[in-house]
Design a protein around this ligand. Structure first.
Ligand code: NAD
Length: 422
């Protein structure tokens, strides 16, 4: 099926999610009715948000919230702001969240939200008014027991604080657990900022061990030097890995003997970009994906590994820090090459796992130290990795399909046990 997708379809997120779901459902022999239930989002909300701009004009922005599944618990998923947000994209990301939460076995469903706007053209005041009105428009569908948003592309802990405040003002009491990814001062969790990169480090360590290698001395290339990529690079380097190349939007650098990650973090903090970093060889951003290395960590954006460049990839392991970095057509090529792919729904699930910890801490009103957060994260990531590895062997499938099998099976089991409400 994957090879039958046209070049344009190859990068459609909804089709990409469907291809993987269909294959897992097929292996699990799910009946048609269950497939229909699991494929359809539970709820899709579209709102048109009137907001007064700083110059007095009124603009109307369109926002979405899609709850793909709430079978295993409240919807969980980020809210993104961007000029090209589409309902199809939000729908696909919501379904990915369902599978991601199920693969690490945390009690959430999947959801995602988005507002069509260009945050770079808006003032802080305008962004705050958009956020608050969007929250107010969908408020009856949110809540610690219903749907718990988090940051995503172009939203951050400041935006989460506005959502939490708006929700709390409507409910006449403080409800910290309505969002995760909040500032630590207002109920956020220690370790949340590093959680996704840390999770990538844990699963990469486990995958290397399967190949008889260790992080110590492993050569790693990382695409993206933002939250996920920079933390993953830093933590892997601390475990003895040699980070041979990193890139961001501005460019890529390479040093086969290893980059000095703490020094690069300082450079990026000061210059806000990698380009111009003086102590390494500049290479093209595309070349980063095909450098000689043991582990490739795409941690930037979607659809970067396609049928065009997959044949040239030299890594033994790909750890998908980003969501959807590999197309379904590329999957087949990577599988034939024997590359061990740690798929996004497993590799970057560290973020949602610590979001789950944040929700637990908020609801319990009792906060954990950072060591406890990191230890519990490690235990969940390692357990999920082992469950996926065992499923790979049981069904003789690649790790991506195995992850979907684990996830789809768990959500289907919940539906069967709950039965059909009529
Ligand atoms: P971010 O905005 O902090 O960082 C993104 C990085 O990618 C930046 O360094 C940017 O310059 C770089 N980049 C963008 N386009 C690039 C390109 N074409 N080539 C090379 N670099 C490029 O974002 P983030 O939070 O690190 O998220 C990265 C990915 O991980 C996204 O797909 C996101 O959905 C996914 N993810 C993030 C989290 C999280 O907790 N932050 C959790 C799960 C998944």
């Amino acid at each position: 099926m994957a090879t039958l997708l046209s070049a344009e379809q190859e990068t459609n997120p909804w089709l990409a999610a469907e291809v993987r779901f269909d294959e897992a459902a097929d292996r699990l022999n799910l009946d048609d009715g269950m497939c229909k239930v699991l494929r359809s989002p539970t709820k899709e909300i579209i709102v048109h948000i009137p907001v007064q701009l700083d110059d007095g004009r009124i603009e109307v922005f369109t926002g979405y919230r899609v709850q793909h599944s709430i079978a295993r618990g409240p919807g969980k998923g980020g809210i993104r702001f961007g000029p090209d947000v589409t309902l199809d994209e939000v729908r696909a990301l919501a379904s990915w969240m369902t599978w991601k939460c199920a693969v690490v076995n945390i009690p959430f469903g999947g959801a995602k939200g988005g507002v069509i706007c260009d945050p770079h053209l808006l003032s802080d005041g305008e962004l705050e008014r958009i956020t608050r009105r969007y929250t107010a428009e969908i408020i009856e569908f949110l809540g610690p027991e219903r749907d718990v948003p988090a940051p995503d592309v172009n939203t951050n802990e400041r935006v989460m604080a506005w959502i939490m405040d708006t929700y709390s003002m409507h409910h006449r009491h403080t409800v910290t657990a309505v969002v995760t990814g909040k500032p630590v001062e207002m109920g956020g969790s220690l370790g949340r900022r590093e959680a996704t990169g840390r999770g990538c480090m844990f699963v990469t360590r486990e995958a290397l061990a399967k190949l008889g290698m260790s992080l110590k001395g492993a050569r790693v290339a990382v695409q993206g030097f933002g939250n996920v990529g920079s933390v993953a690079s830093d933590l892997m380097a601390k475990e003895g890995a040699i980070i041979v190349a990193v890139s961001d939007k501005s460019g890529a650098v390479h040093n086969p003997r290893g980059l000095d990650i703490p020094d690069m973090l300082k450079w990026v903090k000061e210059h806000r970009q990698l380009a111009g970093y003086p102590k390494a060889e500049p290479i093209s951003k595309e070349a980063l994906l095909t450098v000689e290395c043991d582990v490739l960590v795409p941690a930037a954006t979607e659809n970067v590994i396609t049928r065009k460049n997959a044949p040239q990839i030299k890594a033994k392991i790909i750890c998908e820090g980003a969501n959807g970095p590999t197309t379904a057509a590329a999957d087949e090529i990577l599988e034939k090459k024997g590359i061990f792919v740690i798929p996004d729904i497993l590799a970057n699930a560290g973020g949602v796992t610590v979001s789950y910890f944040e929700w637990v801490q908020d609801r319990g009103g009792y906060f954990w130290d950072e060591d406890t957060v990191n230890r519990r994260l490690e235990s969940i990531m390692v357990r999920a990795f082992n469950e996926v590895a065992a499923t790979t062997e049981k069904y003789k499938v690649n790790t991506r399909i195995a992850s979907y099998i684990v996830a789809v099976d768990r959500v289907a089991a919940m539906h069967r046990l709950r039965g059909m409400y009529a």
